[in-house]
Design a protein around this ligand. Structure first.
Ligand code: SF4
Length: 276
């Protein structure tokens, strides 16, 4: 059992490692605490990019994907996160709640992958809803089958990362299968849950016009998808790969040029998506 620590304010760009050496492996994590405790990387108190309005963004630990361009590999393992109580998160969030409400914002839980710690994230999302806050999760959708309707009822917006439309490219990027993500997207469309699709544009990896087209055609008919956000690859996470002694494939990958960004956003728009 990991020692209970303190919730640290910080940034997604902070390197956090080895805070809970006794934590279980994220692959076979069983939440014995029913969500009363969980593992977190950090939180940001004022983001304007992770949902509407001003957001508190909580970065939880644990992810089963291994994206080759991941900006936060220090969120992959529960053992790198700090073990804290949900109560601590909820109390901290309540301090921000009046400001978040007045600025039309709320809480976003990102990671890592939020659905690795399903009960923990559900408890926090439900508490945020009780405070009258807008709630969002950012997810790859890979574990979407785990989220029951009750879970989704506490989520106002899903920021769904679709990393590729091509199963082979998806496997190359993440080490996992594409199908669960598409299945989750279809389920969200069926229940009319608001979604912002996020697509990370990595030159030489995800920028193939056919790959973009595949996502655009899949998403365009979905009335619940409010935005497609094209996010440019960057190198801000490269230092983490080095610090963790992980093989990084993108040392020589550049951020997409403005022309490439424009081409891809236009591709989504041409297909009928609201894209930015
Ligand atoms: S899903 Fe997100 S946190 Fe997980 S490896 Fe991919 S980019 Fe990193």
């Amino acid at each position: 059992m990991s020692a209970v620590g303190t919730l640290d304010v910080g940034s997604r760009h902070d390197l956090r490692v080895g805070h809970s050496p006794d934590a279980p492996d994220e692959g076979d994590f069983q939440d014995d605490s029913k969500g009363a405790f969980g593992y977190v990387h950090s939180y940001e108190s004022a983001s304007r990019f992770d949902g509407p309005g001003l957001r508190v963004v909580l970065f939880v630990s644990g992810c089963l994907l291994r994206c080759s361009y991941c900006h936060n590999p220090d969120t992959w393992h529960l053992k790198d996160g700090t073990y804290i109580s949900a109560r601590q998160v909820i109390d901290r969030l309540s301090n921000f709640a009046p400001a978040l409400r007045s600025l039309g914002g709320g809480l976003t839980i990102s990671g890592g992958e939020v659905m690795v710690q399903l009960a923990f994230s559900e408890r926090i999302l439900a508490a945020a809803k009780e405070m009258g806050l807008h709630t969002a999760i950012e997810t790859s959708g890979f574990l979407g089958d785990r989220a029951d309707d009750e879970y989704l009822s506490n989520v106002d917006l899903v920021l769904l990362d679709i990393k590729s439309s091509d199963p082979e490219t998806y496997r190359k990027v993440t080490g996992r299968e594409l199908a669960p993500t598409l299945r989750f997207a279809e389920r969200l469309a069926k229940i009319g849950k608001p979604v912002w699709v996020r697509f990370t544009l990595v030159p030489g990896l995800t920028d193939d016009p056919a790959n973009v087209e595949g996502i655009a055609r899949f998403v365009a008919p979905m009335k619940n998808v409010e935005w497609v956000e094209v996010q440019p690859f960057h190198q801000l996470g490269a230092f983490k790969w080095k610090a963790l002694d992980l093989p990084y494939q993108h040392s020589n990958t550049f951020a997409p040029t403005p022309d490439l960004m424009k081409r891809v956003v236009e591709q989504f728009r041409q297909a009928g998506c609201h894209a930015r």
